[in-house]
Design a protein around this ligand. Structure first.
Ligand SMILES: [Zn+2]
Length: 538
């Protein structure tokens, strides 16, 4: 085979190899026979140039009409986004060269960092025919090549080494024009040693153009004849080794891989052609039928003993003197009072100065507004003005109320209603202590003590009108800040709340709010959030 025919076969194989790595390239019309005037030689190395004057058209490279002596200026032209093959013969890219630096490169001794310094041109030696000449557009920037262009130069050099079987150890057969002749300083700008190192690295792990994705197994047919290599061939060799073959994985589809593929095709009853297509891939990637191991039944773990949870319950409580003595006692007024309870979201209200009629209206209004069933706890006889109204959707009753009558003409007394909320019991008491007009301080204190005596073992809440400036009750804690719940004379902070935790359940309150019922009453009302907590018992 003639040198130019050999070179043409090389170009075809290089095109295929570049494609295998993901680098597209083009064959310039007439490339197969294009050559300069000298007898073509078989390439043995590659020389890299830049187009000093900036980007040049490929047609000019292939036919520099203004330079009659020259026929074609390079074997391949790399532009900003193309690799083009122009000539399988010799190209006039180097001119007279320094034989010494060329020989050093040819012997694999060119440095992997820095440039070789050329001596004088040899009058008889030129690298034009021996060396594959690549011209890369000099983008007239620094660096002169972007990632794509530099990658294309490296990939093309690597493909030539691979196809022609040139060793890269200790150094590849890559030289730059500036290393061949003193006439071309800075041609190209790139550090020649670095370029040689990049070619070695590329062959160790080929890659495609920036942003291109490597071949995945199945993207294309693979075979030895295709000279295939790349990420998908690496995956193919891994899959073959998973089937028990013992192949070295160099990412190349060589004779050993070919033999393994043919053996697999034979064993699987497929056409034995060494081509890895969908059928062969199906066999390769089919899962080994899983070995069903009858699991020894796990002993059923014992039911975890539920960790006892603390019981908690929270509700909104209101304290309201409803002025049934000398306040407004119209139906409208009673509905107005109930509307405030509902607006505040109270679920239980300790009331004083209520009337039977008034309570009935309030309960009715609360049912209307909250869509819940409400219940009153009141005296059967005696002090019927004191009452606890509660939302039956929140509280369940059922136990007997306990009462203390202070025997006034106006119904002062105390009532306790035992209720259950969230599974926890609480005693809620309302009290109206006798006023100074009928009781001394001692008398009032006695009233409060009577009311406190109604407490059981459950958590105990006592709220109401104490007719006393800052009342205190033995054994009970007064809640809150003692906000101004004055009477019309602004003399006393009357209405308050006292609590005592139960034997098992703690009781705390929060969010004390002052509510002004407006013209409906000269008392101010109080609202609280009440929390009950019963710790978990093991
Ligand atoms: Zn040059």
């Amino acid at each position: 085979m003639t040198a130019i025919a050999t070179n043409a076969a090389t170009v075809r194989a290089v095109v295929a190899q570049l494609a295998a790595w993901g680098w597209p390239s083009e064959l310039w019309p007439g490339w197969e026979t294009r050559r300069n005037r000298q007898t073509p030689l078989v390439w043995e190395s590659v020389t890299v140039h830049h187009t000093g004057a900036g980007p040049v058209s490929t047609s000019y490279m292939a036919n520099p009409a203004d330079r009659a002596a020259l026929v074609v200026l390079c074997n391949a032209h790399i532009t900003k986004d193309r690799i083009r093959f122009l000539a399988a013969g010799g190209a006039s890219h180097a001119g007279m060269s320094d034989r010494a630096t060329y020989a050093r490169m040819r012997a694999g001794q060119a440095p992997l960092t820095g440039d070789m310094k050329p001596g004088a041109d040899s009058p008889t030696f030129s690298a034009n025919r021996l060396s594959f000449g690549i011209e890369v557009d000099n983008a007239k920037t620094t660096p002169e090549w972007d990632e794509w262009m530099q990658g294309a130069v490296v990939a093309l050099c690597a493909a030539l080494h691979k196809v022609c079987g040139w060793s890269v150890d200790p150094s590849p057969r890559v030289i730059t024009h500036k290393e061949l002749t003193r006439r071309k300083p800075g041609d190209p700008i790139m550090d020649a040693g670095r370029l040689r190192s990049l070619v070695r690295e590329f062959l160790a792990a080929p890659y495609g153009p920036p942003g291109s994705k490597p071949w995945a197994l199945g993207d294309r047919l693979l075979s030895k004849d295709g000279n295939d290599s790349g990420a998908d061939v690496t995956a193919l060799i891994n899959a073959l080794n998973a089937k028990g073959y013992k192949l070295t994985n160099d990412g190349l589809f060589g004779p050993a891989v070919d033999a393994a593929v043919r053996d697999l095709q034979t064993k699987s009853g497929l056409t034995v052609d060494g081509i890895v297509g969908p059928d062969t891939l199906a066999v390769l990637t089919e899962e080994e039928p899983p070995v069903i191991v009858e699991p020894t039944p796990e002993p059923t773990p014992p039911e975890p003993t539920p960790t006892p949870q603390p019981k908690t319950a929270t509700f909104q409580l209101g304290v309201a003197n409803c002025q049934s003595y000398d306040g407004t006692k119209t139906e409208k007024a009673w509905r107005g009072r109930a509307a405030i309870f509902a607006r505040e979201g109270w679920q239980i209200v300790c009331c004083t100065e209520t009337s039977k009629a008034g309570r009935a209206v309030m309960i009715d209004e609360l049912k209307l507004l909250t869509k819940h069933d409400w219940r009153p706890a009141v005296f059967k006889a005696g002090a019927q003005t004191v009452a606890v109204l509660y939302d039956a959707a929140v509280f369940t009753g059922g136990r007997k109320t306990r009462t203390a009558d202070f025997h006034t003409a106006f119904g002062h007394g105390a009532i306790v209603v035992p209720l259950v909320v969230g599974g926890l019991g609480v005693d809620v008491a309302a009290v109206h202590v006798r006023p100074g007009s009928v009781a001394s301080d001692a008398g009032k204190k006695a009233d409060m003590a009577k009311a406190a005596a109604l407490a059981g073992t459950w958590p105990f809440l006592l709220a109401g009108d104490f007719n006393w400036n800052r009342p205190a009750i033995k054994g009970l804690t007064r809640v809150g800040s003692g906000l101004d719940t004055h009477d019309s004379a602004k003399l006393k902070a009357l209405d308050n709340l006292f609590v005592r935790s139960g034997t098992e359940v703690t009781i705390t309150t929060a969010d004390e709010t002052l509510v002004n019922p407006g013209s409906l009453s000269d008392h101010r009302w109080l609202g609280y959030t009440v929390h009950l907590l019963k710790p978990a018992t093991t």
